[in-house]
Ligand binder design. Sequence first.
Ligand code: AMP
Length: 432
Amino acid sequence: MKVLIFGSGGREHALAWAVKRSNRVTEVVCAPGNGGIAQIARCVPVDLKDLDAMIRVAVAEQPGLTIVGPELPLSLGIVDALQQRGLRVFGPTRAAAMLETSKGFAKRFLQRHNIPTANYAICSTAAELEKAIDIFHPPIVVKADGLAAGKGVIICSSRQTALEAAHNLFSGELLGEAAQQVIIEEFLEGDEISFLCLSDSKHVAPLAPAQDHKRIGEGDTGPNTGGMGVYSTDALLDPGMKEWVLHHIAEPAVRGMAEEDTPFIGVLYIGLMMTPRGPQVLEFNARFGDPETQAILLRLDSDLVDALEACIDGRLAETELRWTPGASVCVVASSAGYPGSYKTGFPITGLSTAAQVPGVQIFHSGSAKVGNQLLTNGGRVLGVAAAAPSLEEALARAYQAIEEIHFEGVYYRHDIGHRALGRENNERWNHS
Ligand code: AMP
């Protein structure tokens, strides 16, 4: 079977790597891909903002399965368009992807289905805003409604700064595009966990849980990024808590979408805050996370293509996902200056030595191949992933490998997994 993957980052590199392991797959095509993905798949140029161009690639390639990596093509309706052309595609329709593409839709949906989430108000005018902010206690979270590539959430220490942030979202000053709606939310405190599930619109199958590190600086300081690293261990959630999240959050969400005639097929990524009053939904994403996918797929022991096809065919309940026990991590190497401005085009060296460290896989986020040379081509350049029987060992392997890699200005955090390692007595989020 030929598999087509849309996307160009570390997530898509990991998807291509996992798909290639299936003995049913004969060819992997990635559009547009990157320098690293080109080593394991055929890359076809495409603009992920151009729906017609993506349709042309899929129709020309006639893949047996298409996997959509990023949110933008989902928000443009790539899944609807390919389904209409008789192609098998893994991912939610445009309407179902609204769980990610509209925070306002997601909040109202959560409330309609009694799924725990932070208290909120959705405001369309300055007058609504002023009234709403008055009833929240600082810190106050202010969010833009639409896709904002991680930049649409502002945590404000006073009502005044919350008001200013919201006005700046309305005026377009903060994101470049004026927000139609702004969401005001209570601030939740706790540990964040990424709980990803496959969904066939009736059943869910949880993936291995993960915890990511969004801030650029060690000790979780500095500006937010797309993600600087992640780890996955079963110890993140004990079995009782996992069941609770499934029964009170994941399953009602998928059931609710089906009841509302927007069945959700794809990856439901649930961003959870583990608060003293229980897990609360921070956000939904309608796709695999990046860099969560790099760490999670390293632990997947069963066939990814079988699982994704089971979602499309409504057979998820009969499908077993098997996971390698232990831990996995992914440490991101970024360009100097990221998440602000940065330069690209620097040669990357040391990759083959790094790849020889046992248990290590290197996934490229932003690289380009020019002639025989791999060059940096993005803010996040590489994700060095490693699996091992313990978190300590997985981290040791990833850091041993990343130290072999060089490009001008290379930066990575040295403290990925610190919250788990620092947790006394291996305390977990347990249900009792
Ligand atoms: P979101 O895109 O909604 O997940 O928000 C991005 C990040 O902002 C989350 O990963 C959290 O770290 C933070 N965040 C969002 N909402 C809240 C909230 N209600 N309380 C505390 N932190 C939040």
